[in-house]
Design a protein around this ligand. Structure first.
Ligand code: HEM
Length: 519
């Protein structure tokens, strides 16, 4: 009997371990080799597959070498903002791929192919984030299918123009705080002062999101966002090891701290949301505050009431994920846009003067209004040109849900696609020979006249999954720039080093020290 039992056990163990070994070998060797053969047969090139790591080591080395480099403002940007992809395309041509561990990713920078991908979100999904990355970005950004549609419908209402209009006072308050701080710092040493505007602009967008997302619970919101800042740093560190299966369960200090912070954030958010939920129930679904959380909860409440069914709405966990995402998606991207705008307007004083003239014409020295912000044509053109040259998100990724034909290439499941926004925006075939130059006048007749096709300029992506916060970001950026131009003039400090680099988003490596002068 004992003998029989142990032989059954041994057979089960052998079967399970053989299956695991076969699966592992398939994942780490046979599948990548099969995909590589298929891609090469169709004329695509890239480095030969290297066991487990693929191009990851080279990728890390190139990023390490490129990161500290500084460049001239007139230099070509793609080698710095997308260094590894640029190298691969330089070596292998446009029809090329990069190995992300055992997964090949095909480079795409052709507007027609990008259109094909972005207009069919059912066919091209977002690859699921790494479980470590998921601690900071969840929610709408990575949902698919019906669940995405349900969340998007509810969240769209929170970002409706009418709702954004009510957020103007909160944005104004945050901008005023920054202006006062700069004024105080200048007053203490004459009429001008060197200020590194980058940390101020990062604080500004964090402050705007805290106020517009949580309104009266702003202080708790701010605490959440401070924790999230630490969380992002830890995640960036841990992502280096993300290709090691189960790494997040290793008892390292970073993993432990990440778990602690994640718990703290969720419990703070749950507290705010529960409090709001109770207040809303007492008020029979009436909107309690004009902040993003209030609007999100109200549209959720209405959706549930309309259908008489809780399943049509968002759960508390869903709302938590969306709030975390607002901060993550909204903070760095908008501060990126503002910092590169200030750098470029420092270099191009003529455009700074034109923008100020427009702002003073519309508002004088008065508080910018929602309607006035929409009249700012020069400022809009400047932002568009900055987003072209310095897209805060220089690439996005998609994965086909079934074997598809993309142009003349068959893309099987398992191959991913890197949509290289940073290269698309710098392609001389699309933008002309002056592609490297800062020329906001390209956009004087709107985006469609500036570009050959709708999908040539996509800083906010495009199609059904276009950035939901696009209008929010543009209103915030316009309010901030208008107020800066009303109060100050600025130029590059001699200590400024130009070093844009993609760390999640396109950041100024050495800050942005400018000489800021009170007007
Ligand atoms: C200059 C500022 C911004 C830029 C350049 C930007 C860019 C983008 C891009 C490129 C995507 C597509 C990502 C992908 O498909 O993988 C995206 C999606 C998204 N963005 Fe933004 N974003 C900005 C500001 C904001 C703000 C302020 C918020 C919210 C407060 C926000 C919330 C989102 C969300 C929720 C999505 C996912 C939409 C979906 O998948 O349906 N973004 N953004």
């Amino acid at each position: 009997m004992d003998w029989k039992l142990s032989s059954i056990l041994a057979s089960i163990i052998t079967l399970v371990s053989t299956t695991l070994v076969v699966k592992l070998l398939n994942w780490v060797w046979f599948r990548p080799k099969k995909l590589e053969k298929l891609l090469r047969k169709q004329g695509l090139s890239g480095n030969p597959y290297r066991l487990f790591l693929g191009d990851m080591q080279d990728f890390g080395n190139v990023m390490k070498t490129e990161q500290p480099k500084t460049l001239k403002l007139s230099d070509d940007l793609p080698p710095h903002i997308l260094p590894y992809y640029h190298n691969i395309i330089h070596k292998y041509g446009k029809l090329s791929f990069v190995w992300f561990g055992p997964s090949p990713r095909v480079n795409v920078a052709d507007p027609e192919l990008i259109k094909e991908i972005l207009s069919k979100p059912g066919l091209f999904h977002k690859p699921l984030p790494d479980p470590i990355g998921e601690t900071i970005v969840g929610g709408l950004l990575f949902l698919e299918g019906d669940k995405w549609a349900k969340h998007r419908k509810i969240i769209n209402q929170a970002f409706h123009m009418e709702k954004l209009k009510n957020m103007i006072p909160a944005m104004f308050l945050s901008c005023s705080k920054m202006i006062e701080k700069w004024e105080a710092s200048i007053s203490s040493c004459g009429s001008s002062q060197e200020i590194d505007v980058w940390p101020s602009l990062e604080d500004l967008s964090g402050d705007v999101i805290s106020r517009t997302a949580f309104g009266s619970s702003y202080e708790e919101g701010r605490r959440i966002f401070e924790l999230q800042k630490e969380q992002v740093k830890l995640v960036l560190h841990l992502l280096q090891f993300s290709f090691i299966p189960g790494w997040r369960y290793f008892p390292t200090n970073a993993n432990r701290r990440l778990r602690e912070i994640t718990k703290q954030i969720e419990s703070l958010l749950r507290g705010i949301i529960n409090q709001r939920g109770k207040a809303m129930e007492r008020a029979d679904g009436e909107i309690i505050r004009n902040d993003l959380l209030g609007i999100l909860m109200e549209s959720n409440f209405r959706e549930i009431q309309q259908h008489g069914n809780k399943n049509v709405g968002l759960s508390i966990e869903d709302v938590i994920e969306e709030c975390k995402l607002f901060y993550f998606a909204g903070k760095e991207t908008t501060s990126n846009l503002l910092v590169w705008t200030m750098v470029l307007l420092s270099k191009h004083q003529d455009w700074q003067a034109r923008a100020r003239e427009e702002v003073l014409q519309v508002f004088g020295k008065k508080q910018p209004t929602f309607d006035g912000l929409h009249q700012l044509k020069i400022v809009t053109m400047i932002f568009q040109e900055v987003l072209r040259l310095y897209p805060p998100a220089p690439l996005i990724i998609r994965a086909p849900t079934k074997t598809v034909q993309l142009g003349s290439t068959i893309i099987p499941v398992g191959v991913q696609l890197t949509l290289l926004i940073g290269l698309l925006h710098h392609d001389p075939d699309i933008w002309g020979n002056d592609v490297k130059e800062f020329k906001p006048e390209r956009f004087s007749e709107g985006i469609s006249s500036a570009t050959k096709t709708q999908y040539s300029f996509i800083p906010f992506s495009s199609g059904p999954r276009v950035c939901v916060g696009q209008n929010f970001a543009m209103i915030e950026a316009k309010m901030a720039l208008a107020m800066i131009l009303q109060h100050f003039s600025f130029e590059l400090s001699s200590s400024y080093l130009h070093a844009p680099f993609p760390i999640m988003t396109l950041q100024p490596q050495y800050g942005a020290p400018l000489i800021v002068r009170k007007l």
